[in-house]
Design a binder for this molecule. Structure first.
Ligand SMILES: Cc1ncc(COP(=O)(O)O)c(C=O)c1O
Length: 371
């Protein structure tokens, strides 16, 4: 007979999910209530307010999509793109390539701006693409590339898009709460994130925010959004500002308790303190790694503190070493992707994983397996 599943107790220091804080795990187990219960609706409003804080925005259309980061990504693309729309897409890692897929599957035309993996998006190339395509409607880029640990200059890219009258779609699944994400100051129009990275929550929900300009674009579409589930015109009836909270889909009630708790914790810590903690843990890890001869893939200026892409030392077999970390130390770190497979490890210091004990465990365990 199949019995209950009891997972092993791991320390999660890969590219996500990160360790979930016990307070959040406790919140997930609270009694399920109806998704139209007035008490639940009050909590939904708090989640929206707390997400506005995390995204540093006053956007009324700020909400958690009831599905993982990929759904937040899709929500941004399918709602803003109509058939034939031109979208300039910056590709400097895995998640940029997924943006291309989203554009073409939404009936748009993708203009691709490539940068080497491990490098940030080059604003000069983006400017050239904007000049060469004056009819482009949207600029899309990944703020925090999880596949390489690179942060791109979101403020500069948003400013370029504004100067060329383009909307901005920005992926900050790995960025939110780990490094500053200034949605209003930068002028990003459609932004999506995930719960399982620096928010220390369980996977499966995607916080999104749309500027008024984006919301108006969605309201004034000539063609229906090709996805019924992600059509913000419909979702707004449940989550939207002033909505009557009419049934659209059954919200993942307990998962939203978890998100609420994680956002309350973020507010208690404060955004600036959260950024500072991620940076401090990154520096501690970086210094410890240097002592055992492990260096970084990405230049210091463009490194994400929460995603450390590091070079696997010569003579160390990737799969064997990660297998030992998991089996002997219950420690998960991430493999390299694409050309970096077998050459790079991705060490996550996200949310609750960004703490002293984790850094120490990681350094001790790595020292033992690369000996
Ligand atoms: C930058 C980025 N975008 C999108 C996603 C997709 O999120 P999810 O796996 O929650 O669907 C991820 C997940 O790792 C990511 O790192």
């Amino acid at each position: 007979m199949i019995t209950s599943f009891i997972p092993p107790q791991r320390t999660l220091m890969g590219p996500g999910p990160s360790d979930v804080h016990p307070r959040i795990l406790e919140a997930l187990g609270r009694p399920t209530i109806g998704h139209l219960d007035p008490a639940f609706i009050g909590m939904m409003d708090e989640v929206k307010t707390l997400l506005q804080y995390a995204f540093q925005t006053e956007n009324a259309l700020t909400l958690p999509v009831s599905a993982p980061g990929s759904a937040g990504m899709e929500a941004c693309f399918v709602n803003l793109i109509e058939p034939g729309d031109k979208v300039i897409v910056c590709v400097n890692g895995v998640f940029g390539t997924r943006m291309i897929e989203n554009v073409t599957r939404s009936g748009g035309e993708a203009i691709r701006v490539d940068d080497a993996w491990g490098q940030p998006v080059d604003a000069n190339k983006v400017e050239a693409a904007l000049k060469a395509n004056p009819d482009a409607k949207i600029l899309a880029f990944v703020h925090a590339e999880t596949s390489t640990g690179v942060e791109s200059d979101a403020a500069a890219l948003c400013a370029l898009a504004k100067a060329h009258d383009c909307l901005v779609i920005m992926d900050t699944v790995t960025g939110l709460a780990g490094v500053p994400v200034k949605v209003d100051e930068w002028g990003a129009d459609a932004v999506y994130s995930g719960t399982q990275k620096c928010l220390s929550c369980t996977p499966g929900i995607s916080p999104v925010t749309f500027s008024e300009r984006a919301a108006e674009t969605i309201r004034n579409r000539k063609t229906p959004v090709q996805s019924w589930f992600l059509d913000m015109n419909l979702v707004m009836g449940y989550w939207g500002p002033g909505a009557k909270r009419a049934y659209h889909h059954t919200a993942p009630i307990n998962a939203l308790y978890g998100l609420h708790e994680s956002l309350v914790m973020l507010q208690e810590e404060g955004l600036e303190a959260s950024f500072a903690r991620h940076k401090a843990m990154h520096e501690k890890l970086r210094d410890g790694l240097a002592e055992i001869g492990i260096g970084y893939l990405v230049d210091e200026a463009h490194r994400l503190p929460q995603l450390n892409a590091v070079m696997i030392p010569q003579g160390v077999d990737d799969a064997t070493a990660r297998g030992r970390l998991l089996n002997e130390f219950n420690l998960e770190i991430g493999a390299g992707l694409g050309d970096f497979a077998g050459k790079v490890w991705r060490i996550g210091l996200m949310g609750y994983s960004a703490r002293e004990e984790n850094v120490q465990l990681c350094l001790d365990a790595l020292r033992a397996v690369i000996k």
